[in-house]
Design a protein around this ligand. Structure first.
Ligand code: ACO
Ligand code: LMR
Length: 604
């Protein structure tokens, strides 16, 4: 892999570190990326499904996941893991990600991971060919393509340091703070950087100087490299070997920080865990000298580094190795932004023609499109284009439950209300408000309990026992007038359709075994229309490839009862219009139909 990141690279961000993620998205917007560089966030303790971030003047939703496996399953294209877990968790998060696979690089920000674990983790990554940046780092950047978290600081700093577009330097430092400082120095004295990595300050970091410099050697965008090492460790000697062997041919400018250490009597531990010399060869002085001897450009002091950069850059420019870089157009992140109060993910009325889940209304509404109500429901309720067998099933359900005569609870209430002089909408909602666990609203309950029983492999007898313990009648079983002798032909119609057109009906097959038991006890305890719809919807969603979690969420949010509500609305309106047409007077229930059993109230 010659280039660390591209303009299409996407990351999974482990931990909802909102300010760092916002900085990434502000960068994306500035450099005109098409997609946000963060595809998903792992937020184990959050119960939210997404987090909103600004995207220029607008906002975008970035999905939240409970764990890395879930995030990777939903965002397989995201091949960078930005591990912002604490030092207690970072090791486990990295090891799990390596196990899951599919990550090209993992950046670890935590400082102070126990060295024994850091070594094991770095080796595991190396074995799997995964680049680890860190631990104890701010990360890295490929300007104009992808930036990790807080690298480069604010968007103003980034543009000032020319980190908004690719330059020609490959920069490797240990320190994150000095990475930013050097980016600025390079912007002033040269044309910015093509790729930069702060490898991290801990003693044992994943990718070391040589790993990054070898990649940069192979990256044609990089014309020369800058290495900012520090006292401690021997990694710089590997770079020296690569230069001597001819593996690295591009010019390197290098400096090891910590030359001051010689003025102290005893060994000095600098800020980073790795910044302490354990042998003469690990001192900054020794390393600077060895690098200079190998032909690496080493300035006389750190203060001379900018001049050295200008000198090497000037020569490469004069030699025609480095060309002028055209300044790209940038988006400007607005200073004042307002968060939106509402979100809509199903329809959009901003264009010439409103859309249902992206489809102009005319493309689903006109008869010539061949689309029906099932298609409209699949777009507006589920944001998907269902296949014909599924949209036909939805339509069959809507048509089947549209009405069941004037005597049923909801229709009766709607009629009584209409006769009290109320409007269509008032009478309609009276009927709709009658829909509940006993009447028309047992669909979600049926799906939930039958699915539970089937998922847990309960025999019909065990299921009945389980429901008895819960103390509720089995939703979807039983009917006031329909029975084995007087079968509900709506149920038969739905079952026949499913048997013929569904790829499989495992939950229905299970429900029929339960029905066999309940009807053996009492012949009206049939699988009723609510039960049949609920169970077949689960079979339909499973066949459409929904996960169990998604189906459970549909059930929990009342989606299945909505089919009855949508269908029966047609019938209730019919009854209300019928009343209006007939101009029926106010209804009063016959008193002889009421058992009056009123006692004198006790005094207390
Ligand atoms: N599960 C287990 N036992 C039941 C069920 C059930 N779903 N329904 C009735 N029973 C039992 C009762 O416990 C009772 O037993 P018992 O005689 O030993 O005391 C007996 O059957 C009769 O009970 P009722 O409530 O009088 O039954 P009824 O036939 O009057 O009720 C009803 C019909 C309300 C639909 C009922 O079966 C029920 O609550 N079912 C579950 C809810 C449901 O599915 N509703 C949707 C119906 S379809 C529609 O509205 C479009
Ligand atoms: C209906 O569809 O309304 C019926 O199944 C309920 C009933 O009481 O007939």
């Amino acid at each position: 892999m010659a280039q660390l990141f591209t303009k299409d690279t996407q990351a999974i961000f482990w931990n909802n570190n909102a300010s760092a993620i916002q900085r990434m998205l502000d960068y994306d917007y500035t450099i005109k990326r098409k997609t946000p560089s963060v595809a998903g966030i792992v937020a184990p303790t959050s119960s939210n499904k997404f987090e909103k971030f600004f995207w220029g003047p607008d906002e975008v939703m970035v999905p939240l996941y409970k764990n890395t496996a879930e995030a990777k399953a939903h965002q397989p294209q995201a091949d960078v893991l930005l591990n912002f877990a604490s030092l207690r968790t970072a090791y486990d998060v990295t090891m799990e990600a390596l196990e899951i696979g599919g990550f090209k690089s993992i950046m670890i920000t935590a400082e102070g991971i126990p060295e024994r674990l850091a070594r094991r983790m770095n080796q595991a990554a190396r074995d799997k060919n995964v680049i680890v940046i860190g631990p104890a780092t701010v990360g890295g950047i490929v300007p104009g393509a992808f930036k990790i978290a807080n690298v480069g600081g604010t968007i103003e700093n980034i543009v000032n340091s020319k980190l908004h577009r690719a330059g020609s330097c490959g920069l490797v430092t240990r320190s994150g703070g000095l990475f930013n400082e050097l980016s600025n120095i390079i912007a002033i004295n040269a044309d910015g950087i093509a790729e930069g990595v702060a490898i991290g300050g801990d003693r044992f970091v994943g990718s070391v100087f040589i790993d990054n410099l070898l990649r940069m050697q192979d990256n044609p965008e990089v014309k020369y490299m800058i290495l900012l090492g520090e006292v401690g460790g021997t990694e710089e000697y590997k770079v020296i070997d690569a230069v001597k062997s001819g593996r690295i041919t591009k010019p390197i400018i290098a400096w090891c920080i910590g030359t001051i250490a010689k003025y102290y009597d005893s060994g000095v531990q600098f800020g980073h865990a790795g910044a302490s010399a354990n042998a003469a060869s690990e001192t900054a002085e020794a390393k600077n000298k060895a690098m200079a001897d190998a032909g690496i450009y080493v300035p006389a002091t750190f203060n001379d580094l900018p001049t050295k950069i200008a000198e090497v850059y000037g020569k490469l420019k004069a030699d025609g190795v480095i060309k002028n870089i055209p300044e790209p157009d940038m988006n400007i992140v607005p200073k004042v932004r307002r968060k939106k109060e509402f979100i809509c993910t199903i329809s959009d009325d901003r264009g010439d023609e409103a859309t249902y889940a992206g489809f102009p209304i005319s493309s689903v509404a006109l008869p010539s499109t061949g689309k029906g109500i099932g298609d409209v429901i699949s777009l507006l309720w589920f944001k998907k284009q269902y296949p014909k067998w599924a949209t036909d099933f939805i339509e069959t359900v809507i048509k089947t439950v549209a009405d069941h005569g004037p005597a049923v609870s909801g229709a009766h209430n709607a009629k009584v209300t209409a006769r009290a002089g109320k409007s269509v909408v008032e009478s309609l909602v009276t009927g709709l408000l009658t829909i509940g666990p006993r009447f028309g609203g047992a669909i979600d309950g049926a799906a939930e309990h039958f699915k539970y029983a089937d998922d847990n492999k309960l025999s019909p007898a065990e299921f009945l026992n389980h429901m008895k313990k819960l103390g509720i009648p089995i939703p979807g079983i039983g009917h006031r007038i329909k029975s084995l002798k007087n079968p509900d032909l709506r149920v038969k119609g739905l079952m026949d359709y499913a048997k013929e057109c569904f790829p499989a009906t495992p939950l229905l097959d299970y429900a029929r075994t339960v029905e066999a038991l309940t009807t053996s006890k009492k012949e009206n305890l049939i699988l009723n229309v609510d039960g049949t719809i609920g169970i077949l919807m689960v079979d339909m969603w499973r066949a459409l490839g929904y996960s169990e979690q998604e189906i459970n969420e549909f059930i929990a949010s009342g989606t299945l009862n909505a089919f009855f509500i949508a269908g029966r609305t047609i019938g209730f309106i019919g009854h209300v219009l019928d009343e209006k047409r007939l101009d029926m007077p106010m209804y009063r229930h016959p008193m002889d139909d009421i058992l009056y059993d009123v006692q004198m109230a006790d005094e207390i």
